[in-house]
Ligand binder design. Structure first.
Ligand SMILES: Nc1ncnc2c1ncn2[C@@H]1O[C@H](COP(=O)(O)OP(=O)(O)OP(=O)(O)O)[C@@H](O)[C@H]1O
Ligand SMILES: Nc1ncnc2c1ncn2[C@@H]1O[C@H](COP(=O)(O)OP(=O)(O)OP(=O)(O)O)[C@@H](O)[C@H]1O
Ligand SMILES: [Mg+2]
Ligand SMILES: [Mg+2]
Lengths: 456, 456
């Protein structure tokens, strides 16, 4: 008879580490850097401080790398440090507001990979508020998905924040990607200062392009279109005696006294029913109706943190020595009830390759996506635009920087490098690209006229 | 202070269901069918019977579908039924031999999706050996990742095997993909008979193309190149007093008395050390040496189940009314110590589009891959071949059927539709494609001569 068993999520990602970006030593070094930098930036925004993030990469041998990322963020509360690093699917970013992190997996994968390739524990030196600093060495028990704390020492850290060091098998063959990742990170987070040192020499010290800190995104109530049966069941179970009308107005955003009366008519449900008394069929019907009713407003965007025109344009111009033709941002929309905004910049400059299709730089929740463009929805949307009708030709040197931000990014895989196809997102992206294209065509015309003039 | 928590793997895949192929209703219907058909075929091979698998798809309404898959497989032991369907990362296919299933996730995702869109439990009617049949209705408690058994009833099932029914939000806009999936499944599993009925009308009844049943793959010892530190640590912990030489010979395949003596010299380790006394540095060194030592043989292929020439060729010719130009198979190789074989067929026929690049049909562990070709390693390897040097032109009508089978497929995402880039796999695939290309060029020449003759 077959042998049945359960595996832990750590075991799942150990066996399938390529899904999370840790399939081989050269991509693993890149993934470790980006998972740690993402965490550093999230933490600085929690602390409401201008981020200063330093990345140090050391070659310990021809195939061993040590990566250290230090930040001036909010630190990590001591009681949560072991699990934050030594447990997969454990974290502080599960609430519905825009963060770079989302799974409780990223840095634990770097720890896991470092451990199975070099036997080294992760070293975490953190100072949260109201403390002076503590240093941990942590391994992960993969079969049980729990941390093994090798050592804990009180150790002063001069400032609040965190320093994480991981040792892993790897090499610097992807070094250009790491440099590019940090340069694009300063576009996604123009308020950050980022440093990169490789084997003792300073390779980068960039940003901030703006002193303005982003307004921290806040958790908002779900939009009605997010009401699948699981969400509904959870909301109902916390307040079964609440009447349907009050339940809807208080559980969801964009549902006011007026829209709720129209909605209950549309759904043929009695507004005074205590929601705990709804049968399973009625709940299924309610879920359906909430997703189909066309009268709910666009979502509130306070759970989002778009880059915004000033920082986006300045950072692109600084990092690429380019000139921005146009910035555009769509109004907040929702996909399956998850608020999102698509914004973008089109720029021209000699650092972009000449081509009749603009070079595309993708961002999701401010994080640059450098891999897996093949099936990525943003890439495919750019390819479907007919750029020739905006005047682009083989000598054109343009780039499009596209940022999708949402309380939930539909990533195609746990490595967070590629966005899945979602009709609402594609529609908004296409409209944005067309408006950027029209702005581009005016510039292309003007450039053509200028060349014409200069020949006469 | 931030709010830390753990989420269950079911919660992870509920929030990120697009990673597993359940991101929207039309892809969900496809994914439900394929996850259930994969399970049915695995089960029939367990039972050593020629598979007879019937798929029934019913439109319950304009946006509700019921999918039923019945098989004559080995059934499911009663005590494991609730968790097999109501728990994510629970299954019987974690051992290292080639199976279609691998994560303990597939059918539980169909259950989860059906439940959050329609509130319906999965219905499982199974008859394992030494029993007469039992019917279960199961839901999944997503937050706790455990089954909720709504009902269990003894109910006779005339034959050994399993029938699974799932109800989900969906539509038949992807119906052609489902038909194509089953037709290609009969190429991957030519020994199977497959039926498809949609809304009462029989759409397909195909196979078997061969009466020969595949030899069941068996679990083999790991290859030394699989020895990362986690695997080594686990092997050592079960037998710490065993001496290094005996430990290596008995723990790994391809390590005999002679090769082990040369290896311990290469690794500068004493062959008589009890492995439990090796320090962590020595274990790290041993892991490194096992992966670098060039003297271990190619892996034993008894854990694999390639389709083989007779079945592969016949099924392609039957399903596509095509004529096979050539079948090829590479010798067993390994990637990170995982045995694999690449085999393929190149065929010509009017059902293939005319193009100077052959149409590619991909298979992994006998399962057709229909989505996510953009970043897929097999697709990219085919694109890198210069088919023009084999004589293909815009009027050529050729197709390549490529099958990668391994004890571990490096899938890019949990939806199992796309294979990650692995140098060893790409190298073997490229060599196979070139040999198929050379065979193709002889056919192209002959076809060109024939056209030339007929014009004179
Ligand atoms: N530099 C840091 N400063 C503050 N907190 C951190 C830092 N690094 C990690 N953490 C904490 O550890 C948790 C786990 O990190 P991890 O990267 O594994 O998951 P995540 O960031 O929540 O999601 P994702 O898997 O998408 O990265 C985070 O949620 C955060 O609370
Ligand atoms: N039709 C079936 N006949 C026999 N056993 C089955 C059948 N369907 C499911 N099972 C059992 O249920 C387990 C869980 O199935 P599930 O599809 O979730 O995972 P899996 O097939 O092991 O891996 P994967 O996630 O890759 O599909 C299987 O491992 C198998 O033991
Ligand atoms: Mg993270
Ligand atoms: Mg399965």
């Amino acid at each position: 008879t077959p042998d049945f068993m359960s595996i832990s999520p750590a075991e799942f990602f150990y066996r399938n580490r390529q899904m999370a970006g840790f399939g081989n030593p050269s991509v693993a070094v890149f993934s470790a850097v980006r998972e740690m930098v993402e965490n550093a930036l999230d933490a600085c925004e929690d602390a409401r401080r201008a981020p200063v993030v330093r990345v140090d990469v050391h070659s310990l041998s021809h195939d061993r790398i040590e990566v250290t990322v230090a930040d001036n963020g909010a630190g990590i509360p001591y009681e949560h440090v072991p699990e934050a690093f030594g447990r997969v699917l454990y974290g502080s970013k599960f609430a519905t507001r825009q963060r770079r992190g989302t799974f409780g997996l990223g840095v634990s994968m770097a720890v896991l990979y470092g451990q199975i390739t070099t036997d080294s524990p992760v070293i975490v030196h953190t100072r949260p508020p109201a403390s002076t600093g503590r240093r941990y060495e942590i391994l992960i028990d993969i079969e049980k998905n729990r941390p093994v704390v090798e050592s804990v020492t009180d150790m002063l850290r001069p400032q609040e924040g965190t320093t994480v060091t991981v040792r892993l098998k790897g090499d610097l063959r992807n070094r250009d990607r790491i440099v590019q990742y940090l340069r694009l990170t300063s576009v996604g987070s123009p308020h950050a200062r980022l440093g990169l040192t490789i084997d003792g020499s300073e390779v980068l010290d960039i940003g901030p392009a703006t002193r303005v800190l982003p307004t921290p995104p806040v958790v908002t109530r779900p939009h009605p279109r997010a009401a699948d049966l699981e969400l509904l069941r959870r909301l109902v179970s916390t307040r079964p005696t609440t009447r349907l009308r009050d339940f809807l107005v208080s559980s969801f955003q964009q549902v006011g006294r007026q829209s709720v009366s129209r909605f209950v008519q549309f759904a043929s449900l009695s507004p005074s029913r205590p929601v705990g008394t709804l049968s399973r069929d009625e709940l299924a019907h309610l879920s359906d109706a909430l997703q189909k009713y066309p009268g709910f407003g666009r979502p509130d965007a306070s759970s989002l943190s778009p880059i915004g025109q000033e920082g986006f344009v300045r950072a692109v111009e600084q990092v690429f020595s380019a000139s921005c033709v146009k910035y555009g941002a769509r109004r907040p929309a929702e996909w399956h009830g998850n608020p999102f905004i698509v914004e973008g910049v089109v720029a021209t400059g000699d650092s972009f390759p000449s081509s009749d299709v603009p070079q595309l730089y993708r961002f999701a929740n401010r994080v640059p996506l450098l891999y897996d463009a093949g099936d990525d929805a943003l890439q495919r949307t750019v390819k479907r635009i007919d750029w020739k009708r905006y005047g682009l030709g083989p000598d054109s040197r343009f780039a499009v920087f596209l940022h999708l931000c949402s309380t939930r990014i539909p990533y195609r895989a746990a490595g967070k490098q590629s966005v899945d196809t979602v009709p609402e997102i594609e529609a908004e992206t296409t409209r944005l690209l067309r408006s950027l294209g029209r702005a581009l065509s005016r510039v292309v015309e003007r450039q053509a006229r200028a060349r014409h003039e200069s020949r006469r």
